[in-house]
Design a protein around this ligand. Structure first.
Ligand code: EPZ
Length: 415
């Protein structure tokens, strides 16, 4: 079990080069199965979820290898359409192989995916869209078998701009002759990255506002592609710098991808300097901002909600949070309270009254972003903290401990 041992109180100061985006590289690796041939991805982060995606690719018969930030996939040898439950359980993004396998083989057998426990996370919107394309879906207990013998052109109106459903339907639409229109598609930058990757492989995809139009049935070939920067990693480090009253320069990112976060941080009296691919944050005093309401892009990202709550716990004033994307994404609150945070929380709402001092405590990371929030609180706290189950954090943050150490944090990792 991985644990982080943190002695709080030091402001984060220094420079961090942002890594490739977890929530982009995972759909791109699934897409490699749909495309077939050889794909080379660069700027891939060294995180556990990429390891899981490579395990799934190899299980399906693909050759997949990573060296440094480069991942090479040769999907020409793919010869299976089933993904075992033990791999599906490891991450939510495993579900994205469903659409890719339907395009490649017209068949996929999966289980409901695992990943962060953030409340009910069904895949009904994924299956709704696949059925519109002519897929047959058969639930066999925990297993789901999908076949798509004759993919149909259609228009799919998503009732909610689900990121995963948009990605899965994009991948399945590649097999549909004529046109598939995905309306009310998610607009997250990771979707745009997937579209750019698929176009580089020869796909014909047009975007018009929140409508994605795919002309499927065209031959696709592998390509070389650089994964976009991770906007949530960047947001997490900016928020940690604000919470610890630090001075942090982030490089190799797209500042325009996190304006909802930087807007809130500047309202919280942080000094932000925006460059072409850099962002600098200096914070001497931190004021509470309200309301902090999560929303689909380009609203405030749900993945930054927990880290921001840790910062507001040590801000001056009261802030109100509303989590509108997931039904149970306040699971980090008990740990922050154990550190002395003053938080009143209901199912999706929380009122945070900033305090001058947090105190080191022992806490168990509940999920990826909740774990990052506990680390931020521990970095601000007086005394020692131990954050256990840190494997959750390492699913999505590359080199988390050395990056923080290089910025002055007193943090050590134990296995
Ligand atoms: C993606 O999850 C991200 N994961 C999440 O990041 C992110 O929080 C989320 O998008 C929202 O931005 C990856 O990209 C791997 P959704 P996803 O489908 O696709 C409900 C992180 O920390 N819903 O947009 O699962 C769902 O339950 C992770 O990096 C249905 O009801 O998000 C949720 O309440 C956490 N039925 C809401 O929609 C469906 O069929 C948003 O889900 C699909 C989703």
């Amino acid at each position: 079990m991985v644990a982080y041992h943190i002695s709080g109180g030091a402001p984060l100061q220094g420079t961090i080069a942002i890594h490739g985006a977890k929530n982009s590289v995972l759909p791109l690796l699934a897409a490699a199965v749909a495309v077939g041939g050889r794909c080379t991805l660069t700027n891939c982060p060294a995180i556990r979820d990429v390891d899981t995606a490579l395990d799934i690719l190899r299980h399906l018969g693909c050759a997949a290898r990573r060296s440094a930030d480069r991942v090479e996939v040769d999907a020409s040898g793919a010869n299976r359409t089933d993904i075992p439950a033990r791999l599906m359980r490891r991450m939510r993004a495993a579900v994205l192989f469903l659409g890719a396998l339907l395009t490649r083989f017209g068949r996929a057998e999966i289980s409901l995916p695992g990943g962060c426990v953030l409340g009910e996370r069904p895949i009904d919107l994924h299956l709704f869209g696949l059925r519109r394309m002519g897929a047959e879906v058969e639930a066999r207990g925990e297993r789901i078998v999908c076949t798509m013998a004759n993919p149909q052109p259609c228009t799919i109106a998503l009732p909610f701009p689900s990121v995963g459903a948009t990605e899965n339907l994009l991948l399945a639409a590649l097999a549909c002759p004529d046109e598939v229109n995905i309306c009310n598609a998610a607009l997250e930058p990771e979707i745009a990255d997937l579209v750019l990757f698929l176009r580089a492989c020869g796909a014909e995809i047009a975007e018009k506002g929140s409508v994605l139009r795919v002309r499927g049935g065209v031959p696709l070939t592998g390509c070389a592609y650089r994964v976009m920067p991770d906007r949530i990693e960047a947001a997490t480090y900016l928020i940690a710098a604000a919470a610890t009253r630090g001075d942090l320069l982030l490089t190799e990112l797209c500042p325009e991808h996190l304006t909802a976060v930087t807007e809130l941080l500047s309202r919280a009296s942080c000094e932000l300097t925006v460059g072409g691919h850099s962002l600098r944050l200096r914070c001497r005093s931190l004021r509470a901002v309200s309301p902090i309401r999560t929303a689909p892009y380009d609203g405030f990202p749900t993945d930054a909600q927990a880290p921001m709550m840790a910062a507001m716990a040590v801000a001056e004033g009261v802030s109100v949070f509303e989590e509108t994307i997931f039904s149970d994404r306040l699971r980090h609150v008990p740990a922050l309270r154990r550190m002395g945070a003053q938080i009143l929380a209901a199912k999706t709402h929380a009122v945070v009254t900033g305090v001058k001092t947090l105190y080191g405590a022992r806490a168990e990371a509940t999920d990826l972003r909740g774990g990052a929030a506990m680390v931020i609180a521990a970095l601000c706290a007086q005394g020692e903290s131990v954050i256990t189950e840190a494997e959750h954090i390492e699913r999505g943050y590359a080199d988390f401990v050395p990056v923080l150490q290089a910025c002055g944090a007193a943090i050590e990792r134990s296995n």
